[in-house]
Design a protein around this ligand. Sequence first.
Ligand SMILES: [Zn+2]
Length: 505
Amino acid sequence: MSYARVLCVGLVGVTGHLVEVEADLAPGLPAVVISGLPDTALHEARDRVRAAVVNSGQRWPNRRITLNLLPATLPKFGSAFDLAIAVALLGGSGELPLAPLDGVVILGELGLDGTVRPVRGVLPMAAAAARAGVERVIVPTANSAEAAVVPGLRVRGVDTLHRLIAFVRDGAPLIEPPTHVPAPATSGPDLAEVAGQGLGRRALEVAAAGGHHLALIGPPGAGKTMLAERLPSILPELDDDAALEVTALHSIAGLLPAEGGLLRRPPFQAPHHTATIPAIVGGGPGLARPGAISLAHRGVLFLDEAPEFSRAALEALRQPLEHGRVHLARSRGGAEYPAQAQLVIAANPCPCANPAGDDRCECPPQARRRYLARLSGPLLDRIDLQVRLLPMRAAELMEAGTQESSTAVAARVVAARAAAADRWSALGRRLNAEVPGTRLRRPPWQLPAADTAELRARLDSGSLSARGFDRVIRLAWTIADLDGRARPDRHDVGEAIHLRTGEAI
Ligand SMILES: [Zn+2]
């Protein structure tokens, strides 16, 4: 036999597509030709596969070898095709009887010595295989735990090409994936550890309940980071679909913990203000790496010291935040990753970052305005909640450990979200933050004039913009949901105004 065919999976964005690797060996001048839209890594595969085959004690067929990856129209990135190419080639040369690999998807990169190296994106690849009706996959041992997350799939790990050859020839065993032991749900930072900060805690709870983006403005040491890090702890756990989606993105980034299992907690990403644009929105050669905004999908993206980020980086976030997706331009076909993250930004009130806050700041008012204005266009436009935190006082520090825990707050958040989802289901929305202002200003959702009197006065005097008006109303709905009331009243609107004291920026 001089022809063989092996199954593999290629990724476009987070979507996997079944790929057939065909090998045809014909008499003629020894050569290897790869066709089917290969990227550079695939061309390098030729050299890796040759070395791995020879160093695994196999004869390299001195014939004209044609490798074809189907469908040809599908762009193919990365090194996950190596192992399938090696097996197809050995099958085509007649060295290896491929019947035991019938209907099996094979994924893995080869080292020159024949070791099988882990690859990024095994989880979405395995999930795609299962969707296509495949029942068995063979993956690098280091990736077997993540592949095993896919229901109904029989996963085996392989550490060397030699082991795979021994399995095909003699039925020698492959490596079983490790048994997953779920981590305790209570791990991670908890709101019980946050001392004082009544306003900050309330803002965090409202942000979680309504899905509102949040800006925390305050001097160093005001607890901005501490609060932001605890937002995931009061968000609902990810359901099965969301967990699979989030875990797949972390798989493509090569960031999954070795112990396997689905990521159930909403993720938290905090890129540094010096982070590059690809690190924030995604990119890189080969299989594009998801950036922080996609790794924060269905979780929290935290920008600490937000005015210190470059304008280009903040600009780059605008589209993804608006559309919930990132589109990465590639030379051959674009990649798209989901990016529905809840944004939390933290900023010092001024460039001097005086820990005592406004009292001790000697920056000219102009410098202060300019500093926060860096955030204005791209980001603040989208942020409903802007609170100013005060320096933490010693008295508040004494309260440590006496605060409500994340579990208690999370229970109110879940109830509030359920009420909102129920109310907006006819509009196809789930969260208050998603409801357009025009809807909220019209019946049946319009609030009675008496309840919005102060708000309208602020609008008339110019101290509140039309957008700001809508944001306050949105927040008022969330506050009512948290208190279990069907509609916001005057007091809810009052608190909502209070939660937007950052209006000046
Ligand atoms: Zn200052």
